[in-house]
Design a binder for this molecule. Structure first.
Ligand SMILES: NC(=O)c1ccc[n+]([C@@H]2O[C@H](COP(=O)([O-])OP(=O)(O)OC[C@H]3O[C@@H](n4cnc5c(N)ncnc54)[C@H](OP(=O)(O)O)[C@@H]3O)[C@@H](O)[C@H]2O)c1
Length: 261
């Protein structure tokens, strides 16, 4: 265990963050770069990734960010991304499975099999693919941190985003299972479960004064969160500060889950 200022230091580490062209993923990438990591910015859109990588490289002149487009729906493109990172940067110490989908709002009775499968594929199975792709070189070095961005939805029932919540609950269990499997090789696997955070993904909720008022009232901190407020938990889990934490879900929600509302 390191002490002093090395506690949150990610110097020399390589972090691959899916869905990092905006929102929570971008904030995690920016803060990991600030903590010293080289970061891989990834989403479906090459241009958006390149813009974020350039902004990070501009701030950290030693060129720390690499942009690679890959869809989490496409196993081949994820494999090519991981291969390219390993060839270019030599290693992946930190994997952040952040990108996710939610193509359906409504009761479970109305969801099509195709919509349900898309949610399970993108939000659970793709995370397992990525871990299986980056895991072997972590195993060789006997060191790695995997962070899955779940949601407090995974701790609750919902009449509107039920399938999404099932996928996010499964992510918490995926982290527990993988923590047991990979722990002997010093690979830690954890989730972060954000509450409502102001991003494009959740715009329908915070853009509507009625729902924003509801979330503000049921959250002890009396506001919704900003993407950057999720990044600290990710840096903690990736860094020496988190070296004895595995199989856990860290809730970052302004207290929303403790109110019972
Ligand atoms: N915002 C919230 O209130 C909230 C709460 C709890 C949990 N979360 C979770 O936080 C994570 C990030 O969400 P966010 O709110 O930051 O969303 P966001 O701002 O909409 O960003 C989503 C990111 O994922 C990328 N992405 C979307 N689909 C993808 C795909 N098929 N393959 C690869 N990349 C893809 C997007 O870029 P492209 O569109 O260019 O691909 C973008 O970079 C998700 O797992 C979400 O479930 C969010």
């Amino acid at each position: 265990m390191e002490s002093g200022r090395g506690l949150f230091d990610l110097s020399g580490k390589v972090a691959l963050i899916t869905g990092s062209s905006r929102g929570i993923g971008r904030a995690i990438a920016e803060r990991m770069a600030e903590a010293g990591a080289s970061v891989v910015i990834s989403s479906r859109k090459e241009d958006a990734c390149r813009a974020v990588a350039e902004a990070i490289n501009e701030r950290h002149r030693d060129k720390r960010a690499l942009a690679i487009a890959a869809s989490i729906s496409d196993r081949g493109s994820l494999e090519r991304m991981v291969e390219q990172v390993l060839q270019t940067l030599g290693r992946i110490d930190v994997l952040v499975c952040n990108a996710a989908s939610n193509p359906y709002y409504g009761p479970m009775a109305g969801i099509t099999d195709e919509q349900f499968r898309k949610i399970l594929d993108n939000n659970i199975i793709a995370n397992n693919w990525l871990v299986s792709m980056v895991g072997p070189q972590m195993r060789e070095r006997k060191n790695g941190s995997v962070i899955i961005v779940s949601s407090i939805g995974g701790l609750r029932g919902s009449p509107v985003i039920g399938a999404y919540n099932i996928s996010k609950a499964a992510d918490m269990q995926l982290a527990r299972n993988l923590a047991v499997e990979l722990g002997p090789d010093n690979i830690r696997v954890n989730c972060i479960a954000p509450g409502l955070i102001k991003t494009d993904f959740s715009k329908a909720l915070w853009d509507n004064p009625k729902t924003l008022d509801f979330y503000t009232r049921v959250t002890p901190l009396a506001r919704i969160g900003e993407p950057d407020e999720i990044a600290g938990a990710a840096v903690f889990l990736a860094s020496p500060a988190g070296s004895f934490v595995t199989g856990q879900t860290i809730v970052v929600d302004g207290g929303a889950t403790v109110t019972g509302a």
